[in-house]
Ligand binder design. Structure first.
Ligand SMILES: *Cc1c(COP(=O)(O)O)cnc(C)c1O
Length: 383
């Protein structure tokens, strides 16, 4: 830290500067695929260019570059490959009916990325400069932002520590890059509610850990639990509902925040877990809370709560006919209805009517309007 602080005062140290951007275009860039070719290809098709900025502890951030998308050259000793010194973001560029391209609350992704970087003792950056670079990058790739409802260009900002050094320590070299992938709707044929297993064995995150940051190390250990969940349910379960503590607090579902809708003495309550250090502060989660709190009745609820809730509470609500909806929320799916929660060998059925419940459906509609700039929220910012 001291070394970085000293470096910052030295003449050569540069902060992230969008005005230094250099653009090297592909000689013959690939043509974007037709929307039909995006079906079933989530995260596999990439736009022709990438944004790249290198950092060293002595010189700071180099001039940002937009260059052809291609492999990174890394030492096999690069710290990111050994100690998961890496973090990422997930966000989308949306093309509105007016043909304008917008980013959705990109300031929140920028802030979350700097908080992930801080947690890893990696370099941070000026968030405004980062958002400006994202806009310039999307502008270069504008033909790759597909048209049509539910379509978008997914952006994956990533930062990796590149020092060829086998010690566990503060990185002195890093590369920040952004790649882009055109995507279609997560549910092209209407909502397909999923089955989840409430996992009483594997814990995703814990207070005092790093579950509130988007760092690669949080995700690798979540893959096997999904296989186990599928095996336990004859292949029905597609995701894991992660719990925490002896009281089986509900935390997140897969890589989504989770909401439940309950009927209580005070009316219909929309509930999600509080940001107590083990929950990823999702932009979708925050937007749902903002929309619902601004006008609860407009999304069909009376009370909006960020509070601890447990599986025994969900079981009791279900038994008493008070469990109305369960859904995940995140950038990729927007909302993902859950129709069944398998917990301690029994099955809790959620009455989704085969699609999404009324609260999830309305939130999905309101979020979609916000993504494409069709509402007055001002959350979608033109590039
Ligand atoms: C990315 C992510 C989310 C969703 O965040 P959004 O900003 O809404 O996309 C939720 N939980 C986890 C664990 C995540 O990694």
């Amino acid at each position: 830290m001291l070394r970085q602080a000293l470096n910052r005062t030295s003449r050569a140290f540069s902060s992230l500067d969008a005005s230094k951007l250099k653009i090297e275009r592909c000689a013959t860039p690939a043509q974007p695929p037709a929307n039909e070719a995006l079906v079933g290809q989530w995260g596999r098709i990439f736009s022709p260019h990438m944004l790249r900025v290198d950092w060293t502890a002595s010189d700071g951030w180099s001039a940002p570059r937009i260059q052809p998308h291609g492999p990174l050259q890394l030492s096999p000793a690069a710290m990111t490959l050994h100690y998961a010194l890496q973090c990422f973001e997930g966000m989308k560029a949306y093309r509105g009916d007016d043909d304008a391209i917008r980013l959705f609350r990109p300031d929140l992704n920028a802030r979350r990325m700097t908080s992930s970087l801080q947690r890893l003792a990696m370099p941070t950056f000026d968030e405004t400069a980062f958002v400006e670079l994202l806009k310039r990058y999307v502008e270069v790739e504008q033909e790759w932002v597909p048209r049509g409802e539910g379509h978008s260009m997914y952006l994956r900002p990533t930062c990796v520590a590149t020092d060829p050094f086998l010690g566990v320590g503060v990185p002195q070299e890093a590369t920040l890059y952004v790649i882009a992938s055109p995507v279609g709707p997560y549910f092209p044929d209407g909502f397909k509610p999923i089955t989840v297993v409430a996992d009483t064995v594997n814990v995703r995150a814990w207070p005092g850990g790093a579950g509130d940051t988007k760092i690669g190390g949080n995700y690798a250990p979540t893959i096997k639990p999904v296989l186990d969940a599928a095996a336990q349910t004859d292949g029905r379960a597609q995701q894991v509902l992660f719990l925490f503590g002896d009281d089986h607090r509900v935390t997140e579902v897969g890589s989504m925040n989770v909401f439940v809708v309950l009927r209580t003495a005070s009316g219909v309550e929309l509930v999600t877990a509080p940001l107590s250090g083990d929950i990823l502060p999702g932009v979708t989660r925050r937007s749902i809370l903002d929309l619902a709190r601004a006008d609860p009745a407009s999304v069909g609820v009376d009370v909006v709560s960020e509070r601890v809730f447990t599986m025994p509470e969900v079981v009791a609500a279900s038994r008493e006919g008070r469990l109305l909806e369960v859904f995940g929320a995140g950038t990729a799916a927007v909302v993902c209805p859950v129709r069944e929660v398998v917990y301690q060998g029994s099955s809790i059925d959620v009455p989704t009517g085969g699609g999404a419940g009324p609260v999830a459906s309305e939130l999905w509609r309101r979020l979609s309007d916000a993504h494409y700039g069709r509402d007055a929220s001002g959350w979608a910012v033109a590039i």
